[in-house]
Design a protein around this ligand. Structure first.
Ligand code: MSP
Length: 663
């Protein structure tokens, strides 16, 4: 009987906009979940959001909503993105769910009863953005070792988890199960970290309104990381349903990036499970980071990865929209193409650089030229030489049988190793073999010379190969797989087929193909570049100060309060202002939002000399899509009055903190 497969992603902090990094882990998990479903396994694939922590209270206050309203909206944005990205998660877990809160408190109480959690004095350092306590020795040049920001002294009474008691057992477990933590380089980091001696982890803090209370101690709330890690247990039914827990525990694969491996998933997490007497996950795998193009060199410190605070947030949906725009493909296909790019471009485990140009290149090379080409060549041949019907194969069919088996075996083996891009490479070997087969067999010649049986066998083999390709690509590109099957005239769903059906000869003869438009129209890369540039230029400054006035008809008569609330307007201070060479209207401004600094381009140079602007408190549209304007990467827009020319900059009539929301 086929087994079961439990796979998790990290649960994401809701204080960021969902971006490529979050989508990557969740899409990778989705491909693995879909693959295991094709193997006939019962799958539990869990993703979700991490919603406690003081940052949310602060963000909610600034947004003028309750913390619950704030996290509800943010969690919905993550969920929506993952759904848009065709992720087929079975459970979207949120740490504010009542059931989870109860499980966290129960786990805490159990570990306190067993002596694994004790109360002590905490003295050390605390990093506010990371919500993490550090010991003196863990600081790097006096700063947070993770985000490199300032830390502050903290001394309080707190609860500790006896991580140190499990160090030896953990090292033994890692040694005995080389698969437990991967890839190898990351496993070595965990071993080095644990071997140098680990301290007990501080897992509570002075009570705060938004975190989970320590059971029986109203003075303390549970540290967000302890709370977050328990999600993997909650989702498996732990302390709620014994049969469910027995079925799903332990996870087969836990995916995350390298940022949260060593301290959390590689150390505290297995120690917590040991303390609870639970089996460890089969595999904890830390992949690399997506970096933005200009950050691809140098070390891999956390703040080099693509992130919101750097202002280089890459929206997966926007990438797909751009791809659909320049290629003319359907949006669902574009989304699948972005999934393909993520999983093919980056070796699972290493870092990768994101460039839209590379997405378009892969779209043309792998999807249009290889996969699309095989389909677009085969179907017209079947129409021309067999009236659009799947021919009867005859005894000479099965010429691609070996290649089909090799691709299915190669991809299976790779996916079991979590080598996602290796699996795609194996599938593309088959696509290549199919394309070569068309050239070698030259069906048009077979037709001309009246070799009907050979012609039928050739066409059948090609259609049958495409059927198998449909199944093989379905974990990565589920909609594309379905399109392929639909064009082949196969009923049912590719994603619901069996991996074992990836053998030659399973296509029923006699069916009718149903060719439609090419799935992947080739992109004209030169035209696409121009189109994307003008798209970027058009978007940022609409309606503002002389740059590009918005057409009257585009201004809606009314907007609802909800529509207005989508604008994130913030108090900001202009800290620097300079002219942009060759652009007589443009100023490059640096504005401070308190914790964050942005670069903003503004078309106000003729009316406002730069030196008159420094120190001004202005209103910034903070969630305007980033864009390049006159060569300046602009992350927001300052408000000004005036239609064609800016007459006045919107300022504030009294002091208020930078970053305050404007409503
Ligand atoms: N809430 C914690 C995780 C708790 S799990 C019990 C957290 N959240 S996070 O929002 O910061 O998400 C971190 C994860 O997002 C990474 O481990 C990775 O899965 C994904 N990524 C975020 N940025 C990324 C890149 N730039 N590149 C690849 N993945 C990255 O940490």
């Amino acid at each position: 009987m086929a087994g079961r497969f439990y796979i998790t992603t990290p649960i994401y902090y809701v204080n960021a906009q969902p971006h490529i990094g979050h989508a990557y882990t969740t899409v990778a998990a989705d491909a693995l979940a879909r693959f295991h479903r094709l193997l006939g396994e019962d799958v539990l694939y869990v993703t979700g959001t991490d919603e406690h922590g003081q940052k949310n209270v602060e963000a909610a206050r600034q947004a003028g909503v309750t913390p619950q309203e704030h996290v509800d909206a943010k969690a919905a944005a993550f969920r929506r993105l993952f759904e848009q990205m065709h992720c087929s998660f079975d459970r979207f877990i949120r740490t504010t769910e009542a059931e989870h809160v109860r499980v966290v408190q129960d786990v805490f109480a159990r570990l306190r009863d067993s002596g694994d959690i004790y109360k002590g004095q905490y003295e050390g350092w605390y990093c506010v953005p990371c919500e993490t306590h550090f010991l003196e020795k863990d600081l790097v040049e006096g700063k947070c070792p993770d985000c490199k920001r300032d830390v502050r002294r903290a001394q309080t009474e707190a609860y500790f988890f006896r991580t140190s008691a499990y160090a030896e057992r953990l090292l033994r477990a890692i040694e005995e199960n080389p698969d437990l933590i991967g890839p190898e380089s990351r496993r070595n980091e965990v071993v080095a970290f644990v071997s140098q001696g680990i301290q007990d982890a501080c897992i509570s803090r002075k009570a705060s309104e938004w975190d989970i209370p320590v059971p029986g101690d109203p003075e303390q709330t549970i540290y967000v990381w302890f709370d977050a890690l328990v999600n993997y247990l909650t989702a498996a039914g732990y302390l709620q349903d014994e049969a469910q827990t027995a079925k799903w525990w332990p996870p087969d694969v836990q995916l995350l990036a390298k940022d949260i491996l060593v301290r959390f998933h590689g150390t505290i997490w297995p120690a917590m499970l040991m303390a609870l007497g639970l089996p460890l996950p089969t595999r904890i795998f830390a992949h690399g980071f997506w970096l933005s193009a200009d950050e691809s060199r140098g070390d891999d410190v956390r703040d080099r990865k693509i992130s919101k605070s750097k202002g280089d947030l890459v929206s997966p949906y926007e990438t797909a929209a751009q791809l659909a725009d320049v290629s003319g493909c359907k949006m669902d296909v574009a989304i699948d193409a972005v999934r393909y790019f993520y999983l093919r471009e980056m070796s699972f485990g290493l870092d990768g650089v994101f460039k839209l140009e590379a997405v378009m290149q892969r779209f043309n090379d792998d999807l249009a030229n290889d996969l699309g080409n095989l389909l677009n060549r085969t179907l017209p041949l079947v129409e021309r030489f067999n009236g659009g019907a799947v021919p009867t194969p005859g005894s000479s069919a099965g010429a691609l049988a070996e290649q089909i088996c090799a691709a299915a075996e190669g991809a299976r083996e790779a996916l079991v190793r979590l080598d996602l891009n290796g699996a795609l490479a194996a599938v593309w070997q088959l696509v290549g073999a199919g394309n070569r087969f068309v050239d070698e067999r030259a069906p048009w010649d077979l037709h001309k010379s009246g070799k009907t049986e050979e012609l039928d066998a050739t066409l059948y083999d090609l259609l049958d190969c495409l059927r198998a390709v449909g199944i093989l690509v379905s974990p990565f590109m589920p909609t594309v797989a379905q399109e392929i099957w639909a064009q082949l005239g196969i009923g049912g769903y590719a994603a619901e087929a069996a991996w074992d059906a990836c053998v030659a000869g399973r296509l029923a003869p006699g069916g009718r193909i149903a060719r439609t438009q090419p799935i992947f129209p080739r992109i004209d890369l030169r035209r696409a570049a121009t189109r994307l540039d003008s798209r970027r230029e058009q978007e940022p400054d609409r309606g503002k100060a002389g740059e590009k006035p918005m057409a009257d008809e585009a201004i809606p008569v009314e907007v609802s309060i909800e529509e207005f609330a989508r604008l994130d307007l913030r108090v900001a201070e202009i800290t620097t202002a300079e002219r942009v060479e060759g652009k007589d209207r443009l100023l490059k401004l640096t504005v401070s939002l308190g914790e964050e600094t942005r670069t903003v381009a503004a078309g106000i140079a003729r009316e406002f000399p730069p030196e008159t602007l420094v120190g001004k408190r202005v209103v910034l549209v903070a969630n305007l899509k980033a864009a390049k304007i006159g060569g300046v990467a602009s992350h927001g827009m300052i408000l000004a009055a005036g239609e064609q020319v800016p007459l006045a900059i919107v300022t504030l009539d009294r002091e208020c903190p930078l970053g305050t929301k404007v409503r």
